[in-house]
Design a protein around this ligand. Structure first.
Ligand SMILES: *Cc1c(COP(=O)(O)O)cnc(C)c1O
Length: 367
């Protein structure tokens, strides 16, 4: 077996190139290291991705969610409808501002929040809906937006996995009152750590800027109670270098996904991710459904050197902080038992893609 055959193809490969390193060093030499010119430029440039008038940079995607909820006035006594099939941060942010997440089930095809399930959960305390554009696939924003309008609810989009995803040409992060992005290393672009809130509302943007910096615009003239969730200029400088590569990386991810789609289309027992007309999936994850024998498939793929993983094996409503709520979400549970993500990142070679496809074709699944 040639060496390359034995090498593990990682599930994600965060990129830190010479340009990122040079940009970081330049900031360190400049002495302007926090909330400075790089952060301002990054915010301005990221509006291209979010399609909003404003972007406000913070120190993580979780901070972006928490700060957006605070700026929207969500707090104790309020309920926010969220999917359970997501990273825990989606619900944690709601709890962190003292509100309660109410878990809605998902659509089986997109893995995103089901508008019908949301409708059934709207009550007197509901103030907002938080769709998560899971795996880089946009949630059904047309129906969710109509629903939110009908019930006078706010939408906060968790676009932490969906930089550049779109519905009918409109970017995610621009549908709701606000959207949030993460720049954690494994996301489609990173800033070591970091986050962004997108919004078209200048008043909300100003509140966000106050909240991330102790409530100050002018130094020591604190206007409101705020936190410290500032982004460093080192992070912003790295983020800006990454942002210039995002469009190319996204095309590569989409090409890789198309190759995987074609390669596994005929494989019995493995369902490729469907994408409805009008949706632009940016494949943060390429996630297949294996209704019978997912765990066996995971083991076989990893043994073949294909770094596969399950996002998320335990849905949020079954995690310790939320399990007492006792909610029942059949599609969420089914997805958690059946999904598996294959490598789709832009550093995959043609040979890697061939190996991934061959390994999926060679799976021995229980009947
Ligand atoms: C990564 C992620 C977050 C949190 O982002 P961090 O930058 O890690 O804090 C929130 N929601 C979703 C769906 C994510 O994938």
């Amino acid at each position: 077996m040639p060496d390359q055959e034995r090498e593990m193809i990682p599930p994600a490969k965060p990129h830190i190139g010479e340009a990122e390193i040079e940009a970081a060093v330049a900031v360190l030499r400049s002495g302007r290291v926090v909330q400075g010119p790089e952060v301002a430029a990054f915010e301005e440039e990221f509006t291209e991705v979010s399609g909003t008038a404003e972007c406000v940079a913070v120190n993580s995607g979780t901070s972006a969610l928490q700060l957006a909820l605070m700026a929207m006035g969500v707090g104790p006594g309020d309920e926010v409808i969220v999917p359970s099939f997501s990273f825990a941060a989606s619900a944690n942010a709601v709890r962190l501002v003292g509100a309660e997440p109410v878990f809605a089930d998902i659509e089986p095809d997109s893995y995103c929040i089901d508008p019908d399930a949301v409708t059934a959960l709207i009550g007197p305390r509901t103030v907002a809906i938080m769709p998560v554009h899971l795996y880089g696939h946009p949630a059904d924003m047309a129906r969710l937006t109509a629903l939110a309008q009908r019930h006078s609810l706010a939408i906060l989009e968790d676009a932490c996995q969906a930089h550049g995803a779109q519905v009918d040409g409109k970017p995610v992060g621009s549908f709701g009152v606000a959207g949030t992005f993460s720049f954690y290393p494994t996301k489609n672009m990173h800033a070591l750590e970091g986050g962004m809130v997108s919004t078209d509302d200048p008043k909300l943007a100003r509140t966000l800027r106050l909240l991330r910096n102790q409530g100050m615009e002018q130094r020591y003239a604190n206007e409101i109670v705020g936190a410290n969730m500032r982004m460093t200029d080192v992070a912003a400088a790295i983020g800006r270098v990454q942002l210039r590569q995002l469009a190319g990386w996204t095309e590569q991810r989409r090409d890789n996904a198309a190759r995987l789609d074609a390669g596994i289309a005929q494989v019995d027992g493995v369902v490729a991710p469907p994408v409805p007309a009008g949706a632009r999936h940016i494949y943060h994850q390429y996630t297949v459904r294996i209704p019978s024998g997912r765990d066996a498939a995971l083991e076989q793929l990893n043994a073949a050197g294909i770094g596969s993983a399950v996002y998320y094996p335990i849905p949020i409503h079954k995690l310790i902080p939320y399990a007492h709520m006792g909610v029942d979400l059949p599609e969420t549970d089914r997805a958690a038992a059946e999904v598996l993500s294959l490598p789709v990142h832009p550093s995959l070679s043609d040979g890697d893609l061939d190996r991934i496809i061959a390994a999926v074709r060679a799976l021995e699944l229980p009947q």
